[in-house]
Design a protein around this ligand. Sequence first.
Ligand SMILES: [Zn+2]
Ligand SMILES: [Zn+2]
Length: 296
Amino acid sequence: MKREKEIYKVTLWGSTVNAVLVVMKLLAGLLGNSAAMLADAVHSVSDFATDMVVLAFVRISHKPKDKTHDYGHGKYETLATALIGLALFAVAVGVLVGGAKKIAFWASGGVLVQPGKLALWAALISIALKEWIFQYTKRKAEQLDSQAMKANAWHHRSDALSSVGAAVGIGGAIFCGERWAVLDPIASVVVGAIIIKVAVDLLKNGVGELMEQSLPEEVENEILDIVASIPDVVEPHDLCTRRIGKRFAIEMHILMDGDRPLREVHATASEIERLLKARYGADTHVAVHVEPIGEE
Ligand SMILES: [Zn+2]
Ligand SMILES: [Zn+2]
């Protein structure tokens, strides 16, 4: 319980930083007249939305199964992730089109307004904050040995890099003279492309899970190895796997000697369940169908 609380605390800190960045970047982007800073703000909005899914939906998706949801509520989280991916994709396209329009205007001889120093300060503060939260999250992830937190830490680092891109564009647009004001929308296009990548990853994972995509081949092979290691089990086959939120669902057929008493067959099937739950978590969904050898 203490570990879970600690993870929750670190996640909360990350989302607090993101919330602060959303407000700061939106203000700096609007007041500082910077497309790059607004694009970076959109990125922070998406980060904050993802945090909210982690903090809120994880609770909902851990709600135990009930009468009308025999497989639990794990897919609430999946659906939310896919929706965020979709919304993010739409916003990112908006950022790209906005940046491209400004660049086209500049290319046809138009004069762009240079961004203000405020936008540059916001980018620099964002880099510093994100680097700090990266270091903090990474240290905690190592202490608590959490893969999810480690991934989250590296996301913070990539956010810092996104702000570096914005800072370079804004700085160039300010210090290289009016003609180079185009560097700001160019940076917004770069940041927009980063957001599209994030959106596509979220969508791919979310939709894949909603479409009952199987677990990766390495995991399926590991499952078969675990089952085959039990003495009386012959030829596990028709393996069906998928994800339900954080849980795995595993179904399979096995062959056993048809003359064995039901009590022993049941003990073996229970052993499969026990081993798979020990490996993939106590809430893993396991269903085993037993057939007598030679009667398939
Ligand atoms: Zn991000
Ligand atoms: Zn079969």
